[in-house]
Design a protein around this ligand. Structure first.
Ligand SMILES: *Cc1c(COP(=O)(O)O)cnc(C)c1O
Length: 403
């Protein structure tokens, strides 16, 4: 038996200590090969049950009285999420979208470095991050210094030298690149930015629940990230926002909303924010969706990040091996770092005809996604993706491409 045989995938599944987690998710179509859990994670069964309770009993039954406990949810869920990203209690809030949270923390970093006229990010950063930064730069008259790094290998501390000096207020990257899955070195990039006196914002959207993140150990300042990707919290579920405790007294939230107000329900005059991470809330949080974050986070915590990362590496290694054996001879190239220590939990395969092939794959019940200009992105979600699914999906792609 070679590594390409179906028996090998079955053996990998049989030896997978996380295999049973797949049964904890709703699987309507057992034959569907779902390789998009990095964009929208599957629905945990516990979430389906929990949402019914929240809707029927809490909203339906408690009505407005539910706010007695709902008010605590953004920070309670944040504390539960914190250990998954190397944060401490009181450092994470869950509310608003990643885009809005990114605006808040990027603004706060710029505001905390008055007089500095530049910020640094990379051309391959996720669109919403680039657009928010362009808006902030134009509002504040700042220059964006674009890192034109290697689109597959992602940003490196060594590339920052020419870009980061005492005029830079903010350095910001995605920890895992949305297209190539390049995994940046949080600690070395943060240290390089700090040496010039800049603050750093990390976007953990494709990292949280997939790779080991150590915000505290890496001395990260600020971070944001989605919960509906590898944390399986549901479409549009509220996002995480991290502020290192030592900075909480110094940095300010630009959105002075009433959910950050001390004695919120005294409805007083003048904004007077609470201390701590609660100051980063804005308006009424989405309580139904927050329950989805709670359940998704609980499931990831139960499986454990060490096991999740180990399975993620095994899945991506397997996908890379199948790419090399089956797809490379058909004109594909790998759009993801080869070193597993340098990549997240998806694998991009590139082909000039990727858009058409991706549409054909979806028609055959294999769901990855297309990322312009030429990548098919295979999201391998450690709690739900099996090795057999990876093999079935790549076998279908080989067949379509050979046609
Ligand atoms: C998915 C993703 C987002 C999405 O932001 P939303 O506000 O939830 O739409 C933002 N940043 C990165 C890096 C992402 O991967």
């Amino acid at each position: 038996m070679t590594a390409m045989d179906a028996g090998h995938a079955a053996a990998l599944d049989a030896a997978d200590p996380l295999a049973s987690f797949r049964d904890r998710f709703v699987v309507h179509e057992p034959e569907l090969v779902y390789l998009d859990g990095n964009s929208l994670g599957r629905l945990p069964r516990a979430t389906a049950a929990r949402l019914r309770t929240v809707v029927d009993e809490e909203w339906g039954g408690e009505l407005i009285r539910g706010w007695d406990h709902w008010l605590d949810e953004p920070l309670r869920v944040g504390d539960r999420l914190a250990p998954l990203i190397g944060a401490r209690p009181g450092e994470v809030a869950v509310s608003d979208s990643t885009t809005v949270n990114f605006y808040k923390v990027a603004w706060a970093a710029l505001e905390a470095r008055p007089g500095r006229r530049a910020l640094v990010t990379d051309r391959d950063n996720f669109p919403t991050n680039r657009y928010v930064l362009e808006g902030l730069a134009s509002q504040r008259g700042l220059e964006i210094r674009w890192l034109e790094g290697d689109p597959i290998e992602g940003p490196k501390a060594a590339d920052l030298g020419p870009l980061v000096d005492e005029d830079v207020a903010l350095v910001t990257f995605s920890l895992v690149n949305y297209r190539s899955a390049a995994l940046a070195d949080l600690a070395s990039i943060t240290a390089t930015a700090h040496a010039a006196g800049a603050l750093v914002v990390w976007d953990l959207s494709h990292a949280a629940g997939a790779v080991l993140v150590d915000l505290e150990g890496g001395e990260a300042d600020l971070a944001v990230g989605c919960t509906y990707k590898y944390l399986n919290a549901g479409p549009g579920a509220p996002a995480l926002l991290y502020v290192r405790r030592a900075l909480q007294g110094e940095l300010r939230n630009p959105i002075q909303g009433w959910f950050a107000q001390r004695e919120q329900f005294s409805m007083g005059q003048g904004f007077d924010p609470v201390e701590g991470i609660g100051a980063w809330l804005a308006g009424t949080p989405g309580i139904v969706s927050l329950a989805g974050v709670d359940e998704g986070v609980a499931l990831v915590a139960e499986a454990g990040m060490a096991g999740i990362r180990a399975k993620s590496v095994a899945l991506t290694e397997y996908a890379v091996a199948l790419h090399d054996a089956w797809l490379a001879p058909l004109g594909f190239s790998l759009g993801t770092p080869r070193d597993p220590a340098r990549r997240g939990s998806h694998v991009a395969v590139r082909h000039p005809d990727a858009r058409r092939l991706c549409a054909l794959l979806i028609g055959r019940g294999v769901v990855p996604d297309f990322r312009a200009p030429d990548s098919i992105r295979l999201g391998l979600s450690p709690l739900t993706t099996s090795f057999t699914e990876v093999r079935t999906g790549l076998a279908a792609l080989r067949e379509l491409a050979a046609d």
